[in-house]
Design a protein around this ligand. Structure first.
Ligand code: SF4
Length: 439
């Protein structure tokens, strides 16, 4: 059974919490008489000026602590909520297409509106209870990120592998009525939720603009481990080109009609279909960047600024890796940066044999693929790896290799950089300073 209250993970030195003798390991049970279930409750209830904490100490003692909320914060932090898992069996689910034998957390299928609010995780809201919906409204958990996929209920049930779903438009209507802002997405499965079904979904969601603030269409991802699952058509080069030709004009029509940026196509459609990206201004304030929408246009814009300010560097030869699909764009930048800085930089596109040829994005490149891909390519003494290849906070690739494993396998020094033109240049500058201080 889950322990009651919210576990305090850390207490900042010199904070009010430390002064009040609150300690890591204590459990916060109530604030002003309200049960604290998670960090959202904590943030919600600590907005009052006068606070009464009920805390369970490590030895089981109960403490009541009364204080006025300080402007500088109370000074306690909590572990992120353990996500609830989804009961869906989406036909395109990436988790179902992972190879066996990886760490358990990689197979977790989370679906938790709290993580949607806190971290922008997409949720289907397919198993949300009336109480949870009420909580979203009461605590104004906005914005939320909702995977819609289709607004036709029968089609959505097919896509989510569920029956008797509450129609998603009903849920969206309820949230919109309370002023909750929503960002939405459609994972596009060719021949299933495209064509007329897609037109209906886009139209239905646009009718809630600006509360449904954005809609991203992203292509499904298929790996080579897709066994015993429904056969799905991939997004091919021809499909992607036709899709952009049909839907980019629709994006502009909607922009004109709604007087705002609403519909966005994932970068992958442009890369796969070899179609030029729209003007960067059409991405608005990039509400779907984390969803792979606008990353390349933003990279191109950042490249120009970085190149303009780059200066000559002195450092050993550098090898940098990327996924296959963005390679041409990054190559152009790297070649110009090498010319401007007089640095020797080799960009190597890495094929994804771990997940299969269909997977070409940088974020899903694995450690073993880097080791394979750099065999026969002299990595020089410095190997640079974009941070998007590593799981945030864990320093591990999706296949569980770490940086040290790569460095040992390739007999080189491996470094991570923030995956942006500025981040890459900054790392080169740092490495240049390090190598000149050692020489
Ligand atoms: S909601 Fe669908 S895609 Fe997401 S984890 Fe669950 S089954 Fe997979």
């Amino acid at each position: 059974m889950a322990e009651e209250g919210l576990l305090i993970e850390a207490v900042m030195a010199d904070s009010l919490a430390a002064e009040l003798e609150i300690e890591a390991g204590d459990r916060l049970l109530m604030i002003n008489g309200c049960v604290v279930r998670d960090i959202i409750d904590y943030n919600f209830y600590t907005s009052d000026d006068e606070l009464l904490f009920l805390i369970k100490k490590g030895d089981g003692d109960l403490w009541e602590i009364e204080f006025d909320r300080p402007d500088e914060g109370i000074g306690i932090s909590f572990a992120p909520p353990v996500p609830a898992s989804c009961g869906n069996k989406c036909i395109f689910c990436f988790v179902h297409q992972m190879p066996r034998g990886l760490r358990k957390p990689l197979y977790v299928k989370d679906e938790d509106f709290r993580l949607s609010f806190l971290y922008g995780n997409y949720v289907t809201l397919s198993n949300i209870s009336p109480e949870e919906l009420e909580r979203i409204k009461e605590q104004r958990l906005s914005p939320l990120y909702i995977s819609v996929h289709a607004t036709d209920n029968a089609l959505r049930e097919r896509l989510l592998g569920r029956q008797k779903l509450v129609p998603v438009l009903e849920t969206i209507r309820q949230l919109a009525d309370c002023g909750i802002v929503m960002h939405t997405q459609i994972v596009l499965c060719p021949g299933i939720n495209d064509g007329a079904a897609l037109a209906k979904t886009v139209h239905d969601l646009a009718s809630f603009y600006p509360l449904v603030a954005s809609l991203a269409i992203v292509p499904l991802g298929l790996t080579r481990h897709r066994k015993g699952l429904e056969a799905l058509a991939p997004v091919t080069e021809t499909y992607a080109a036709r899709f952009v030709d049909e839907w980019l004009p629709q994006q502009f029509v909607l922009e004109e009609r709604l007087k705002g940026d609403f519909l966005f196509l994932a970068d992958e459609f442009f890369l796969k279909g070899r179609r030029p990206f729209p003007n960067i201004a059409s991405y608005g304030d990039f509400p779907q960047l984390e969803n792979g929408v606008g990353m390349i246009p933003l990279f191109l814009a950042g490249s120009a600024a970085t190149l303009a300010s780059a200066e000559p560097l002195s450092l050993p030869p550098v090898t940098v890796v990327t996924g296959l699909s963005p390679y041409p764009f990054i190559l152009d930048f790297v070649e110009k940066l090498a010319a401007k800085t007089s640095a020797s930089i080799t960009l190597v596109p890495i094929s994804n044999s771990f997940f299969g040829d269909e997977v070409t994005v940088t974020g899903l490149v694995t450690g073993i693929d880097i080791v394979e891909g750099l065999k026969g390519v002299a990595p020089g003494s410095l190997l640079l790896i974009p941070d998007v290849m590593l799981k945030e906070g864990e320093g591990l690739f999706l296949d569980e290799m770490n940086l040290a494993g790569i460095a040992a396998a390739l007999l080189c020094e491996a470094h991570v950089f923030e995956a942006s033109p500025e981040g890459f240049y900054r790392k080169l500058v740092d490495l240049g300073e390090c190598s000149s201080s050692l020489s």
